[in-house]
Design a binder for this molecule. Structure first.
Ligand SMILES: CC(=O)N[C@H]1[C@@H](OP(=O)(O)OP(=O)(O)OC[C@H]2O[C@@H](n3ccc(=O)[nH]c3=O)[C@H](O)[C@@H]2O)O[C@H](CO)[C@@H](O)[C@@H]1O[C@H](C)C(=O)N[C@@H](C)C(=O)N[C@@H](CCC(=O)O)C(=O)O
Ligand SMILES: Nc1ncnc2c1ncn2[C@@H]1O[C@H](COP(=O)(O)OP(=O)(O)OP(=O)(O)O)[C@@H](O)[C@H]1O
Length: 449
């Protein structure tokens, strides 16, 4: 019998092989000479792959193998990476090294590790990355990923408003996401993802564990899906605030949401244009918008109020799910409550959450972190500190909120220490900054503002 492997003591992480047959992709990894770790991604009702798309499909699948490996690599972070397929061109290695370094920055920070200089994918020395991949004449339709929260529903409604041909797509088996996707009224596509069971065993044996950039994994899965089913665009719902770091540590920015940020969006969209198809666009429809602009847009989408949730406790793979859609205790519950409050009648908001989080003194520390008051922003998908302060300030000026415990505390204790000229809500509602939304979807972008 082979001895179980001690992940933290391993020397090499192997990208062993990947394959695809009958709608099932198998992604295989191993540490040293340990047992194979096999992740499976299941694409429902797969159409036959046309010969014109085969090359693009293989390239997208290979990237998925390399990106999804991050869940397993992090268990041991060994010094060497080996790719059985052979070394990578520079553009591919650059993309992966950026993803593994920055996408695991929170993981490294919280585990007291420094991954700088440690992550090197084997390189062939081939520059590539400049020449466009062939045009595949993909059908003009859009995959709209649904995450169960407000952001993707705002994006889905904007796409519907412009009358674009689109499907609501999600990865995994969350019934909550399924209910949101169905509520959009768009055709749906549900892709299943099974992590290698061996990962949970490695965790039990004391593997390194922590946050991974899951949006990158979902993005790579959807790139494969776009080629397989025929979609020319993938329109995520990643907001402008996602590019802002959670904290800075020894000169390195640590961003919980790195793979939701604009740097990753640019890297992946360029890579897809040069390695998969010149007419496959990857973008975020919400990139120019702050969280507050998005919550304002969402406040008009009442049909979703009874089905959506941004509370990530709903989306755990293992263990029990919370009894309520909103746990009311976590940073996401705190932030979404606060960010919706300026735009919804108070009774409506309390009905969504089933409680008044801002009138609960036991949640003070959580809100302080959101406001970056005596703490840094939480490691979660929440807006910028200045954005949270603007929302809290707006509530502190409104009679219906002023007396609630945490708003009253803000008025008396925190507000006197702030520069009042920087607390206006209005500037946060204006679109700003770069985006990668292709021209044919610009009408959807405009529908949000
Ligand atoms: C749902 C959640 O927040 N999970 C994070 C949590 O995981 P936990 O151990 O409490 O339970 P499970 O989710 O059931 O995971 C079990 C173990 O499986 C491994 N794992 C899971 C998914 C995956 O894609 N890769 C994995 O390796 C991992 O070892 C788990 O322990 O804590 C974990 C450790 O900090 C996080 O890794 C789990 O986060 C999930 C990957 C996840 O889906 N998180 C999203 C809700 C999330 O954080 N989204 C970010 C997007 C950031 C980005 O750049 O993409 C956001 O919304 O800001
Ligand atoms: N399981 C999933 N399958 C496909 N896409 C997903 C999944 N989970 C999240 N996403 C997508 O990743 C992006 C970021 O997710 P995020 O959780 O920020 O959005 P959300 O769930 O729509 O909104 P909220 O910020 O309220 O949680 C969104 O485009 C979302 O649709």
């Amino acid at each position: 019998m082979t001895q179980p492997i001690q992940p933290r003591l391993t020397q090499v992480f192997h990208f062993v092989r990947h394959s695809y047959a009958d709608g099932v992709a198998e992604l295989v990894y191993a540490f040293d000479h340990g047992e194979e770790l096999i992740e499976r991604v299941r694409f429902p009702a797969p159409p036959a792959l046309t010969p014109e798309r085969k090359h693009a499909f293989d390239a997208a699948l290979k990237l998925l193998h390399l990106i999804a490996g991050i869940s397993y690599y992090k268990a041991g972070v060994p010094p060497k990476l080996e790719v059985a397929d052979g070394p990578l061109d520079d553009a591919t290695a650059d993309l992966l090294e950026a993803l593994y370094l920055h996408g695991l920055a929170e993981f490294a920070y919280r585990n007291g590790l420094d991954l700088r200089g440690r992550i090197a994918f084997p390189r062939s020395g081939e520059p590539s990355g400049k020449v466009e991949a062939p045009v595949l004449h993909l059908p003009k339709r859009t995959l709209v990923p649904i995450g169960g929260g407000k952001d993707s529903l705002v994006a889905a409604e904007a796409i519907k408003q412009m009358g674009a041909d689109a499907a609501a797509v999600w990865v995994g088996n969350s019934p909550l996401i399924a209910a949101c996707a169905e509520r959009t009224g768009l055709p749906t596509l549900n892709i299943q993802r099974e992590l290698a069971p061996g990962l949970f065993e490695l965790n039990r044996l004391g593997a390194w564990n922590g946050h991974i950039p899951v949006t990158a994994v979902n993005s790579a899965i959807l790139a494969v899906a776009a080629v397989l089913y025929g979609y020319d665009s993938i329109a995520f719902a990643n907001e402008r605030s996602a590019s802002a770091a959670t904290l800075e540590y020894e000169g390195q920015q640590v961003n919980h949401q790195w793979s939701k940020g604009f740097t990753f969006e640019r890297l992946l969209s360029d890579w897809l244009h040069t390695h998969v198809a010149a007419d496959l666009d990857y973008c975020s429809l919400l990139r120019p918008y702050s969280e507050l602009a998005i919550t304002r847009a969402f406040s008009k989408l009442a049909p979703y109020f009874g089905v959506f949730s941004s509370c990530n406790r709903n989306f755990k793979i293992l263990g029990p799910k919370p009894a309520d859609r909103w746990c009311g205790q976590c940073p996401k519950c705190h932030f979404v409550f606060l960010a919706l409050a300026p735009f919804l009648p108070k009774p409506r908001l309390l009905a969504i959450f089933g409680r008044n989080v801002l009138d609960d003194e036991s949640q003070a520390a959580g809100f302080d972190a959101l406001l970056e008051y005596h703490d840094h922003k939480p490691f979660e998908c929440v807006g910028e500190g200045a954005e949270a302060r603007a929302a809290m300030y707006a509530l502190s000026q409104r009679p219906e909120w002023q007396e609630d415990a945490l708003v009253a505390r803000f008025r008396s204790e925190i507000l006197p220490q702030l520069d009042a000229s920087r607390l206006a809500l209005e500037p946060w509602l204006q679109p700003a900054g770069e985006h990668r939304v292709p021209a044919r979807l610009h009408a959807a972008l405009a529908a949000i503002g």
